[in-house]
Design a protein around this ligand. Sequence first.
Ligand SMILES: Cc1cc2nc3c(=O)[nH]c(=O)nc-3n(C[C@H](O)[C@H](O)[C@H](O)COP(=O)(O)OP(=O)(O)OC[C@H]3O[C@@H](n4cnc5c(N)ncnc54)[C@H](O)[C@@H]3O)c2cc1C
Length: 330
Amino acid sequence: MADARRLFPDFDVTRSWLLDAVPALSDEDLEAYLRRLGFSETQLAYTQRGFAGAAGEAMRNLSAQASLDEMHDNSAGEGDYRILDGYDALLRPLASGIDLRLNTAVERVAWREHHVTVTTAGGEVFAADQVVITLPLGVLKASVVQFEPELPAAKRAAIERLGVAPVLKLIYRFAEPILPDGVMALYSALNPCMWWSPSFGQPSGDYVLTAFVTADRARELLALGEAGALAKGIETLQIELDRRDLQPLEARMVNWVEDAYSRGGYSFTPPGAIEAHDALAQPLADTLFWAGEATAGHVWKATVHGAYASGLRAAHQLLSVLAEKETRQV
Ligand SMILES: Cc1cc2nc3c(=O)[nH]c(=O)nc-3n(C[C@H](O)[C@H](O)[C@H](O)COP(=O)(O)OP(=O)(O)OC[C@H]3O[C@@H](n4cnc5c(N)ncnc54)[C@H](O)[C@@H]3O)c2cc1C
């Protein structure tokens, strides 16, 4: 490792995250900050493919301060975990015993203090004293759900200030494993740059390889259309694996940008927008409560644990309002 660092100075800073103790300015973007620290073009490209790629946006659009806080945060525990049975396994116990309506799109939320009526696309109307709103940030930005009266300016401003990352996946099924034995992931300087096999560790005859694509690389692929994007992905694999004849049995693109019920992958924090996460989470008139990843704060946003924690926080906020009401009535 020491030799590698000595021979390749680029490797040193990017791999070890030995960022100098230089605080970021409150409205500084990540690229400007890293340039200020002396990152080379190679290091910037590496950071874009790694950290910023996972954050979902180009470094020029990410808050440097939020990025540093996120890098140094271990409050959700160390490391990442994969749920081998899929995320359904996490949701099933949470949904058990709840009157959960699937395929029921909300179109209108009419509200006044301690009274809400929610109207769905199918014309059903639900009335309640309070609601918890977990609409994705992209859906809130698109204003496809009508709030009556309109949301106050501070809430709208928070929705506008935060960003939604362009995120897509290219998924390929092959006749046999195409990565070497014991290798789960592949990182490339080409587009897509981040690949892994969900088949890894699974007792299945299928061999699936997934590319996770965000930011400018996602914009580039989206401009090619689904067939063009899938072809570009295969071209990258053919080059990286030096197998010019490589072809999948089947392939598909999952595009969160055009999914009407997400309108983007997940939230990111633009420069100067750290406080907007908390502003989005603020309850309105003890009646509209807000949960979902974008309300989980700038460090836990864009994650499953953030979404989960935000739901617990909103439930506690709502229950404390109900408890106060009960106390007043006694
Ligand atoms: C490709 C990808 C990879 C990811 N990888 C990871 C990862 O490895 N680790 C991690 O921690 N996080 C990851 N995330 C982020 C994580 O999935 C999200 O942060 C989390 O799912 C957000 O949960 P949520 O409840 O806030 O929003 P969602 O899960 O988006 O739930 C919002 C719900 O609202 C519904 N909805 C939308 N509009 C309406 C409407 N008008 N009426 C009624 N319902 C509506 C939607 O259908 C959806 O069910 C990833 C996200 C993507 C896109």
